[in-house]
Design a binder for this molecule. Structure first.
Ligand SMILES: [Ca+2]
Ligand SMILES: [Ca+2]
Length: 204
């Protein structure tokens, strides 16, 4: 899906390192983000350009148990087909807190799944599966409509339909007590064990 430059959809491409900062667990002072820095569960990744916050949370296994040892990192790896840098997930999920002036109608993102399993949170429903394309479509029980286009381990996810703002469901791990509880998240774009994502587009 292509948007022209006057569209007000919000695109987060992770390409400008000077726009990114990490708020370490338990801290208030942001630190710079360099290529390959591990941003752990409990930390926050902030994109200053779009004023979007990403809470790094645990990866959850099929039985619901959490893995709190994971992290994300910015890489120049080019797995997803996006431009510039992309985000690598190692047993983690990213929760989006976006300060947008419009209701989110659709969400797109590019991904590459090079191993392990994935998480996706559809409103308040957690999914665990081998691959995004195995999530039953088009309408998944949390109420969103999902379209997965995948070829050779990479693809695009398009979410539409009922995209709620959701409240933080409460801390699962001690490090997650750091996250604000009184604000809404627009969605979780997902996470995985050996996953890369890029070009998150929040669509009016
Ligand atoms: Ca990028
Ligand atoms: Ca997989």
């Amino acid at each position: 899906m292509v948007f022209n430059s006057c569209d007000t959809n919000q695109v987060i491409d992770f390409n400008d390192l000077s726009s990114l900062e990490r708020i370490p667990f338990g801290g208030v002072n942001p630190v710079p983000v360099n290529i390959g820095d591990q941003i752990f569960v409990g930390d926050v990744l902030h994109d200053k350009k779009t004023d979007t916050y990403f809470d790094v949370r645990h990866f959850r296994y099929q039985d619901g148990s959490p893995n709190g040892e994971g992290f994300v990192q910015i890489e120049a790896s080019k797995h997803t087909g996006g431009s510039g840098y992309e985000v690598h997930f190692d047993n983690a999920t990213l929760w989006v807190r976006a300060k947008v002036s419009f209701d989110i109608k659709e969400i797109d993102f590019k991904y590459a799944d090079l191993g392990g399993n994935i998480n996706l949170v559809d409103n308040s429903t957690w999914y665990y599966d081998d691959n995004f394309e195995m999530i039953p479509s088009p309408t998944i029980p949390g109420g969103m409509t999902i379209k997965v286009t995948q070829s050779n381990n990479k693809g695009t996810i398009h979410l539409s339909g009922k995209i709620d703002k959701i409240k933080f469901p409460g801390p699962i791990l001690p490090r997650e007590e750091n996250f604000p509880k009184d604000i809404y998240y627009i969605a979780v774009v997902g996470g995985g064990q050996e996953l890369w994502i890029d070009d998150i587009i929040l669509i009016k």
